[in-house]
Design a protein around this ligand. Structure first.
Ligand SMILES: Nc1nc2c(c(=O)[nH]1)N[C@H]1C(S)=C(S)[C@@H](COP(=O)(O)O)O[C@H]1N2
Ligand SMILES: [Mo]
Length: 545
């Protein structure tokens, strides 16, 4: 029965070929991990391809990803890349059992894709960044060829055994149909596969070890950092800023709960000892390069500032308030000879660049108008966490993060809005983006089922630089009622509010709106987050029982 025989060997071929492909792919990634750990962490193929994907993702898809995966968007991306790679690996493995060269060429092609992505990264340091992808691809192609050869021997033995069973050819005389050739070819394949797996796992583990070790200098520099005492401490937080309402957001967001939004697939670990900040560009008469110690030796200020992401939907979580310690940016700019446009300065845009190549542009006028724009080194009494920009980040009250809050900053260039579009502006976000007045209901939660009677509705409202003077609540289509405001820490922080609602049984829609310090009420008009931040009222539907 030749038909059955060839069907069975085809199945064996597919299963073995697929396994060979997976093993070759795994080896390639492990070797790439080892090489990137030795040469430059963060240049592995998954990291650089992931980075390239992030940079090329259209805004709508990015918003979908943020909405769907939230802060797990990066894990989701990494997982997606691995799944696609696994599928390609299986296909190439099966191909290699019939066309070895074509399979190997496929693996090398993937290596070229990785190498190209590495060179295209904005923080690429040159041709060395292709090494992980190239070494990984070579190792993968080699493993693919060797194991595919072994797999073909097994498949051949299966085919031969079937022929013996069918009486087409004389058997080698073994007790079972497949005989010694089958057994030894199987043993040969399994041994080779096992050795490959062990070697790959070791290479990967070693790579992790080297990567971690390179980060240890940065970790040690952070642990060794003693934050100076500010010359201008933040005033004690007024006792009344924090309402005693269960489930309301904390006035000061702990660092571990602070939202994180950035494009970094691997968080940069910068060694504070070798870190430098350069200030240069249009209108800079005295360009400077600062070390961290030089910045820390300057008079520092401490301020409570609420940071908000432009990607925050109405009612969304991408906002946090912390006590920041930092160097006033305007002082540094003045020392460099920079004047704001209103005083004849030639540069109207400051472009901050991070160690991972991100660029963010802020209006020079805003930075020098007396607000507390800072280069922050401390967050809630600690050095900045790595996730939030260690050793230094920019922070500007009143501007969305993407036009101001550069993390892992290393370069400040004075330029004009006409001359340069930073990262997000190239992707259709607005050049200028002051924070819009917003308010959010934190409790009750959407679709909660509170008991009838007094229900405390509470939340936060923010309009950085302008402050919040009024918050109002509306139940269904009823009249707007004033909420009670907590104490206001300052115009740059959010403000808590609460409202005692006499809830009657049934379904109800609760809506909130705020008025800022200029008397302007928050607009009802709903807009998307792109291009310059979402507007509209936050509503929560509850069923009172
Ligand atoms: N280097 C770098 N800085 C960055 C970003 C980034 O992607 N890379 N994202 C910005 C955006 S969009 C926001 S909202 C804030 C978020 O800061 P956080 O993660 O500390 O909350 O960082 C800003 N600074
Ligand atoms: Mo953001």
């Amino acid at each position: 029965m030749p038909g059955v025989s060839s069907f069975r060997s085809r199945v064996v071929r597919a299963v073995l070929g697929g396994s060979v492909g997976i093993l070759a792919g795994f080896t390639a990634l492990a070797v790439a991990e080892l090489v990137s750990g030795l040469v430059r962490p963060g240049t592995g193929p998954v990291a650089v391809v992931g980075g390239a994907v992030i940079d090329r993702t259209p805004a709508s898809v990015k918003e979908f990803a943020i909405r769907t995966f939230g802060e797990n968007d990066k894990s989701a991306l990494r997982f997606g890349i691995l799944v696609i790679l696994a599928l390609i690996a299986v296909a190439l493995g099966i191909l290699a059992t019939s066309h070895r060269r074509a399979g190997a060429a496929g693996v090398l092609l993937l290596g070229i894709v990785g190498a190209a992505a590495a060179l295209g990264r904005p923080d690429s340091t040159g041709i060395g960044d292709v090494l992980p992808s190239v070494a990984g691809a070579l190792a993968g192609a080699l493993v693919l060829c060797l194991l595919a050869t072994k797999a073909v021997e097994v498949v051949g033995a299966v085919g031969a055994a079937k022929a013996v069973e069918a009486g087409e050819v004389p058997g080698p005389g073994g007790a079972n149909g497949e005989g010694g050739v089958g057994r030894s070819s199987r043993r040969g394949f399994l041994t080779a596969a096992g050795v490959t797996a062990v070697a790959a796992i070791s290479a990967g583990a070693l790579g992790r070890f080297f990567t971690d070790r390179q980060g240890q200098g940065a970790v040690a520099s952070r642990e060794g950092l003693v934050l100076p005492t500010p010359v201008s401490p933040a005033p004690a937080v007024p006792a009344g800023v924090q309402l005693k309402v269960p489930d309301i957001t904390a006035f000061t967001t702990p660092n571990s709960d602070f939202y994180r939004v950035d494009t970094a697939l691997t968080v940069p670990k910068v060694d504070a000892g070798t870190w430098r900040l350069r200030i240069h560009g249009k209108g800079v008469t005295r360009p400077r390069v600062y070390t961290l110690d030089q910045l820390l030796a300057r008079p520092l200020i401490e301020r409570d500032i609420t940071l908000t992401c432009v990607s925050n939907e109405v009612g969304g979580p991408y906002i946090g308030n912390a006590r920041w310690l930092g160097v006033p940016l305007a002082d540094l700019l003045e020392e460099a000879g920079v004047r704001p446009p209103s005083k004849g300065g030639r540069a109207d845009q400051l472009v901050a660049r991070s160690v991972d190549g991100m660029t963010l542009g802020s209006p020079v006028e805003d930075l020098m108008d007396g607000r507390d724009a800072i280069l922050a080194v401390g967050m809630n009494g600690e050095p900045l966490p790595f996730d939030h920009g260690f050793p230094v980040r920019m922070l500007v009250p009143g501007l969305y993060g993407y036009v101001s809050a550069c993390k892992w900053i290393e370069d400040i260039e004075l330029t004009t809005f006409d001359a340069y579009d930073p990262y997000w502006v190239k992707r259709k976000w607005a050049r200028r983006a002051p924070i819009k007045t917003q308010s959010r209901i934190d409790t009750p939660k959407p679709f909660a089922r509170p008991a009838a009677g007094t229900v405390t509705v509470a939340g936060v409202a923010w309009a950085q630089r302008r402050g919040i003077t009024r918050v109002q609540i509306r139940v269904d289509d009823g009249p707007w009622q004033d909420a009670d405001l907590a104490a206001q820490a300052g115009v740059d922080t959010w403000r808590q509010w609460s409202y005692r609602w006499n809830a009657t049984p049934g379904g109800h829609n609760i809506t909130v709106r705020a008025t800022d310090g200029t008397g302007q009420a928050q607009t009802e008009q709903r807009t998307r987050t792109i291009p310059d931040g979402a507007s509209g009222w936050h509503s929560v539907f509850v069923t009172v029982t």
